[in-house]
Design a protein around this ligand. Sequence first.
Ligand code: AMP
Length: 483
Amino acid sequence: MSSMTFAPRASAGVVRGSSRPSASRQTPTARLAAFNGVVSDRVSCIHGNVMFQAPALKGLRAAARPALRASRNATRQVTRAEDKLNVADLGKSDLEGKRVLVRADLNVPLDKDQNITDDTRIRAAIPTLKYLVENGAKILLTSHLGRPKNGPEDKFRLTPVVPRLSELLGTKVEKVDDCIGPEVEAAVGKLQNGQVLVLENVRFYKEETANDVEFAKKLAANADVFVNDAFGTAHRAHASTEGVTRYLRPSAAGLLLKKELDYLDGAISNPKRPFVAIVGGSKVSSKIDVIKTLLEKADKVIIVGGMVFTFDKARGYGVGSSLVEDDKVDLAKELLQSAGDKIILPTDVIIADKFAEDAKTDTVQTGDVPDGWMGLDIGPDSVKLIQDTLADAQTVLWNGPAGVFEMEAFSKGTFAIAQTLADITKKGAITIVGGGDSVAAVEQANLGDQISHISTGGGASLELIEGKTLPGVAALDNQKVHA
Ligand code: AMP
């Protein structure tokens, strides 16, 4: 494995996490439902300019469960960026005049008049497209957008992204209103080398998410080569992410996809140490595999957010009416016993007499939450503890807010973490933010460009950290296959 250097910060788009809604965009009712344990969406992210240490998985602590670790390492072998063929490995002789199907994530937010309100996903797709344009490929570009239920719906067409793509690429981009069939075939037949043709939203066909073989064949029928640059959907085996790889050779990773894998896999497999992870959010249950993996890989794991109270209950502390997952208390107890002082928990807590912006609030020591009150943020002592813990950290991975940051009264802990990450990034630490809500907090604080890396893939980044195979990556050619 060689050391990995990344493109300059300027080329790295900061892209909002997965297609799932972040809590900051949820209605108060949805947030309350989340609080009550009904919902817990996960998302995550990355960007920046970093070098990870190279040597393989050395210096890891003996795993509590060797079999589990062995299977994780095996998994990682098929999702590691450096094992996979990358579009930059393909030169002019591989690409000139070739029809290249690019699966990107152009799932941009649109207002009611179909104006793009955040173009970062389009910008993030540009480096791969430019590379292909410069190498004379004929580019068929597709993506999903929104959640069409039953065939084509105008509001989910990819049409609004075309002018912005043309602008960013500095060349006129064409579009067809389908992604398979004769209309596409005819338009592809007219493509000149270096031209880009946007195909319609792949999710207008239900066969896309079903990874239907015939549909994948039809998608592949108009192309020679496949490039997957959509990290956000890489954890899904869909026709346009996994299915088409059976019919197109080579099938390579795009530049954005590679960067995501480099950062995430770099951080967890081979971090510059001390490596500190911060895991927050509402519930232990949705992050348990991430916590377990990070306890193996990181030097310290700081737990914040609603999940703290399940740990506090496991310690026999008073948690009042804070969010607790009773069926996870024993698990929390086990983790505390096996991890020892590797787990860091908040020492004080902002409490409220109701789950509302205008609640009465107070600050108490951990364990002193009175009956009828709930903990909704970490307190100032905890912020100080986190700052001290991060002071000499060389790699920090953060996923999940420290409190109910959607409400101003309970947002201080989360914003303090965002600011601390920005501060240590300036001093040379590698900081990675994953988790839609932590990303939302970083963006709200205008600190996006002061973090090393913000991921484009929510579910995908969590699954990667957990050690799971990402089908959209595993299906790509290994480098040696193409060599
Ligand atoms: P997750 O989707 O698991 O990352 O959780 C994010 C959600 O956790 C956000 O909507 C936060 O409002 C919520 N959250 C954070 N801290 C708390 C807390 N102490 N009590 C209840 N919910 C919380």
